[in-house]
Design a protein around this ligand. Structure first.
Ligand SMILES: N[C@@H](CCC(=O)N[C@@H](CS)C(=O)NCC(=O)O)C(=O)O
Length: 284
């Protein structure tokens, strides 16, 4: 496996880089961002995964997420994957909510998507192996967060892999994609019409089916234009209450769906994860 450095810049007492590699899951080169705070020679640092939303590349959060000062303060590596395969020959759609920029963190089973749209395998398996081999990452200490479609990705990946992540949070996540038009459109195209096959990709359905976390943190703007039709935090709240999951869902007055909202609460999230990443567990 060869990783290429696209660029690196010193920033906030660390190095922000953009890298790429030939991905087996996506069948194309995939770019991803990594911020590594300064650290002692030989030391390894905990990892926070950040999954992005519709229309994003790995660059949006790197440019507008404002996470570096908090990550440097807490000694946390942040990894930002792309949201879909892209490039010549990759299936696409004219709409922004399907195809390139809209991978939904699923492994597609339907044509024409199945060949390249394997973002579940990419984010859960392939990219972690690369990060582990190329960066000073302590994989015993991982947390995950994301925005919108990426918040859906973070919640569902954490619910499916509770032993792997110390903590999960999200900014304006799609809480129940099976119950909104973005999710229904994506899942019927990528996964087919059998809704049972959608359930491993829906946070509320996963909780209804028995997946458990001890806690989660969500920030949601009240002026978010997608709140009512797509995001539906009340469904996550209900599911968590019934399942005994300690869900902190903070409605933030006047904030919209943009990176102006995300960057406002980013340091809160990094700090929340840092507190959990620093705790010692029984097997340490
Ligand atoms: N393009 C869509 C909105 C897509 C959108 O808001 N994407 C969010 C994630 S769901 C985003 O982060 N966009 C990129 C950015 O703001 O940098 C529209 O016109 O309604």
């Amino acid at each position: 496996m060869t990783m290429k450095t696209i660029w690196e810049h010193r920033s906030h007492d660390g190095v922000q880089g953009m890298y790429s590699h030939a991905s087996g899951s996506a069948g194309r080169d995939m770019a991803f961002g990594v911020f590594v705070p300064d650290h002692a020679p030989g030391a390894t640092l905990p990892v926070l995964w950040y999954l992005s939303g519709l229309t994003c590349t790995a660059a949006n959060v790197v440019e507008k997420g404002e996470y570096r000062a908090a990550c440097a303060r807490h000694g946390i590596i942040l990894v930002a994957p792309d949201t879909s395969p892209r490039g010549e020959g990759v299936a696409d759609d004219a709409d922004y909510d399907l195809g390139v920029g809209a991978g939904f963190y699923v492994d597609a089973t339907q044509q024409p998507w199945a060949a390249n749209y394997r973002m579940r395998s990419y984010v859960e398996e392939e990219l972690p192996a690369i990060v582990r081999s190329q960066f000073p990452a302590d994989f015993a200490r991982q947390s995950i967060t994301g925005h919108s479609m990426g918040g859906h990705g973070a919640l569902t990946i954490a619910l499916r892999n509770p032993q792997r992540f110390r903590s999960v949070s999200a900014f304006a996540p799609l809480c129940a994609p099976m119950q909104c038009s973005w999710g229904e459109k994506a899942f019927s195209n990528y996964l087919g019409t059998n809704r049972q096959a959608w359930r491993p990709y829906d946070a509320v359905a996963l909780i209804e089916d028995g997946a458990r976390l001890s806690e989660l943190l969500v920030d949601q703007g009240t002026a978010d234009q997608f709140l009512t039709e797509q995001l539906k935090p009340q469904l996550l709240h209900q599911a968590c209450t019934q399942a005994g999951i300690d869900a902190t869902i903070r409605m933030q007055e006047g904030y919209d769906h943009s990176y102006f909202f995300i960057s406002t609460f980013m340091s809160d999230h990094v700090e929340w994860h840092a507190a959990r990443l620093k705790q010692h567990t029984a097997h340490e």
